[in-house]
Design a protein around this ligand. Structure first.
Ligand code: G1P
Length: 294
């Protein structure tokens, strides 16, 4: 069994109710952060970490996601005929980034259930999980969040997840870990509590949605009963994993944008717009002028 992580699971079946009406017919994963859909940022993170196969756990109304990574004959033909070579290459490059495999989650039974849906494709190797609401961008010379977790897994052969400190008032939005420090930016996780009340949270270290798991998590998920909100929670299966095989936490270097809500999504667009060579100067000028009027 190789310890190199080559597979990742990305759950994309959610209804995206926080972005209605925009998401009535367009999957939230395809909403753009500047000129790239949210999901493409996540898939680029996978490719950068050496992942070859990405399993999308999809649901009804999400076929546009599969189309996005497929050939678009009319578009490619039109771009070729009008000599728009650069755009054509950009569109064609999407197909060779990773292998996209999709499987449907037929009922919305929670994140744990979504991950378990990918079980028939996962085989016997450890795999990564990336949640699409959190966009993690790393600088050119630093590894991606998933890359850092894959390296930690290869080094320790222990399931490893990203953690980040959040304000006390925000602990109820996340899975929160109880852990002990085991070195710089590394933690041994003892317990995980899904969206605790601030007074009951064991720490302010939250799970921002990047994980590398051994396949043991799948047998745990199989045995996980519905938990918080009546859903099969990934965090419950993680608790069992922490207790039986160990589970490491790592504070990763990438910057995180919470694109799962309206404000975070706007922030991600502005911050990434300020890094985009085509629009950064214009946007900076605009924001400065705008700030004077506020
Ligand atoms: C899920 C997980 C939670 C995690 C969060 C990160 O919650 O259940 O543990 O901290 O993603 O975004 P959701 O935001 O899907 O309710």
């Amino acid at each position: 069994m190789s310890s190199k992580i080559t597979k990742a699971v990305i759950p994309v079946a959610g209804l995206g109710t926080r972005f209605l009406p925009a998401t009535k017919t367009v999957p939230k994963e395809l909403l753009p952060i500047v000129d790239k859909p949210l999901l493409l940022h996540i898939i680029e993170e996978c490719a950068q970490a050496g992942i070859e196969d990405v399993i999308l756990v999809t649901g009804r109304g999400k076929t546009a996601i599969e189309d996005f990574f497929d050939t678009s004959y009319e578009l490619e033909d039109a771009l070729a005929k009008s000599g728009k070579q650069e755009l054509l290459e950009k569109v064609q490059a999407l197909k060779s980034l990773v292998n996209i495999i999709s499987i449907r989650q037929q009922e919305a039974k929670g994140l744990g259930h979504a991950i378990y849906t990918a079980q028939p494709i996962l085989g016997n190797d450890a795999f990564a999980v990336l949640l699409g609401d959190e966009v993690m961008i790393s600088d050119e010379n630093t590894p991606s969040a998933t890359g850092e977790l894959c390296s930690l897994y290869q080094e320790t052969k222990t399931s490893s997840v990203a953690v980040m400190e959040v304000p006390k008032a925000d602990v109820q939005k996340y899975g929160i870990v109880a852990c002990d420090s085991v070195g710089t930016n590394r933690w041994k996780i003892q317990n995980v509590i899904e969206k605790p009340h601030p007074e009951e949270a064991p720490s302010q270290l939250a799970l921002p949605g990047r994980y590398v798991f051994s396949t043991k998590i799948l047998s745990n998920l199989k045995n996980t009963k519905p938990g918080k909100n009546g859903e099969i929670q990934l965090t419950d299966a993680m608790c069992a994993l922490a207790q039986s095989d160990g589970l490491l936490g790592m504070t990763v270097q990438a910057r995180r944008y919470d694109a799962g809500d309206k404000f975070g999504f706007l922030q991600a667009n502005i911050e990434m717009g300020l890094q985009h060579p085509e629009v950064q100067d214009q946007l900076k000028k605009y924001l400065k002028t705008l700030a004077k009027t506020l």
